[in-house]
Design a protein around this ligand. Structure first.
Ligand code: ADP
Length: 472
């Protein structure tokens, strides 16, 4: 079932609460009015009772029941106050009973059940009455009196009041519904405005923002939050667009180099040595392109969250040990000094070993790329209270302070030609930073142009896992 709009729901709530209030108010007013009207009728009953009391008091003390019957009959048969009167002596002798009560005994109570004074509403022959049932002492006798008065006027007034209530209630509810709907529309009008603007925002106009509300309430918070979200989406969107543009640009360079090389080679016949040379160039560019594509894929996987890391306790000493072995040979070929100081006791971190290797490879690769011979590269592993620190230090070209914060950006290269000549893509440090972040670590650089650079990676340490005892 389609859910009702918030505006309609608010209106319905408003009407329901209003109806409830109206009901409680109407019922209370009706009860109060009834109580007051019956009080008036009961007062007149009381005064008739007082008259009856004086009358009985005036009777002779030793009058017999028959005599009393005669006296009461004489007076009350013609009095209005005798129209609904029944009187018994304590002996049970009936002294007087109005003819109406003969015809409608249901109005009465059995005399032996009458103790304390009671006032009751009664209905018979299409008429409403208030009756009182009480004992009365007069002149040495105890009488049981049952006396009524018509209460039609009071009941009619009550009924009239009720019909007025019922007559006005629907009108009031209608007014409540209209006012409720108007109020909810007014309160929610800014939401409609937000929806309209939000609908119009798409990829082509991501820089548009929702109208800034100054209502100081939840709606202002909502519009501010949505605008902040749009800021983040726009930044992410621009990053993706920029990344795609940069990636296409980067890919175009090696492909056009390969093409030019092949075209030149084919322009006229060449010696075998020249063909080999051309093919070597083509192969080099193809390898570079492969690296670039692999790095692009790695970043794309990282961005999409599809790159899953296999976290487990990793002994950094072992990992760095094997990485440094591989780089020793490179150092010899490039005529650079390479040293590794990773003799610290076990430095365990929670991590993905392959990723940590890749991270170290990227930093060492850069150190070797940007350190001309003769120079030195040093790989270090230290331990702090809470972290294991990997350092890669070189005595190379260094990085100017203004570039130090930018080198972790994708495709940022201080010296593009130099980076390309060294086989760089401008993506290495971006990948390194992603790996470090995934390991809840930090990466920082310290460098002076012409003196060298030190990259420092801090990773949170864990306790060395307990080795299972080998069965003897
Ligand atoms: P690249 O593939 O170009 O090396 P990186 O993302 O790994 O890309 O590095 C970005 C830039 O940072 C490099 O182009 C280089 O200018 C600079 N850089 C990185 N490491 C070093 C270093 N050890 N010494 C000097 N410059 C460096």
């Amino acid at each position: 079932m389609k859910r009702l709009s918030i505006g309609v729901r608010l209106m319905l709530w408003y009407v329901a609460i209003f109806a409830m209030g109206e009901l409680i108010f109407g019922a209370s007013m009706w009860l109060i009015l009834r109580h007051n009207l019956y009080d008036i009728v009961d007062d007149s009953l009381e005064s008739q009772m007082e008259d009856l009391g004086s009358f009985l008091q005036a009777q002779k003390k030793d009058a017999t029941a028959a005599k009393l019957q005669e006296e009461v009959n004489e007076t009350y048969a013609i009095e209005h106050s005798g129209d609904y009167l029944q009187l018994h002596l304590e002996t049970g002798d009936l002294i007087y009973r109005a003819s109406f009560l003969e015809a409608h005994p249901s109005l009465l109570m059995p005399p032996d059940q009458i103790n304390r004074p009671k006032f009751r509403s009664r209905y018979a022959a299409g008429k409403h009455f208030r009756f009182t049932f009480q004992k009365m002492q007069a002149n040495g006798h105890t009488y049981t009196v049952e006396m009524g008065v018509p209460a039609d006027d009071a009941v009619e007034t009550l009924n009239l009041f009720r019909s007025y209530l019922l007559m006005f209630a629907p009108g009031l509810l209608l007014v409540a519904a209209v006012v409720g709907y108007w109020m909810s529309r007014r309160a929610l009008a800014p939401v409609d405005a937000l929806v309209q603007t939000a609908r119009a925002i798409g990829g082509a106009n991501l820089n548009s923002r929702l109208q800034k509300l100054e209502t100081g309430d939840e709606l202002q918070r909502l519009s501010d939050t949505l605008n902040e979200m749009l800021d983040r989406i726009e930044i992410a969107f621009l990053r993706v667009t920029q990344f795609t543009a940069d990636a296409s640009h980067e890919l175009r360079t090696p492909v056009s180099l390969i093409r030019t090389e092949a075209e030149l080679a084919l322009r006229r016949s060449r010696s075998e040595a020249e063909y080999k040379e051309s093919l070597r160039h083509i192969l080099l560019e193809a390898e570079r392109t492969t690296t670039l594509i692999e790095q692009l894929l790695a970043l794309a996987r990282a961005d999409s969250g599809r790159e899953t890391l296999h976290m487990q306790p990793v002994d950094l000493r072992q990992t760095l040990g094997s990485v440094s072995d591989a780089w020793r040979q490179v150092a010899t070929i490039r005529d650079l000094q390479f040293s590794a100081s990773i003799d610290d006791p076990d430095a365990f971190v929670m991590g993905d070993e392959a990723m940590l290797r890749r991270l170290t490879d990227i930093l060492l690769d850069n150190a070797f790329k940007y350190t001309p011979s003769p120079g030195a590269v040093r790989l270090g592993l230290e331990q702090k209270d809470e972290s294991a620190v990997i350092t890669v230090q070189d005595s190379g070209v260094g990085i100017a302070p203004e570039d130090q914060s930018k080198i972790f950006e994708r495709f940022y290269r201080v010296d593009k030609a130099r980076s390309r000549a060294q086989g760089g893509t401008g993506l290495g440090l971006a990948i390194a930073q992603w790996i470090v972040t995934q390991h809840r670590g930090t990466i920082a650089v310290e460098s002076r142009p012409g003196e060298g650079s030190t990259f420092r990676v801090d990773l949170p340490k864990i306790a060395a896992p307990v080795q299972n005892a080998q069965p003897a």
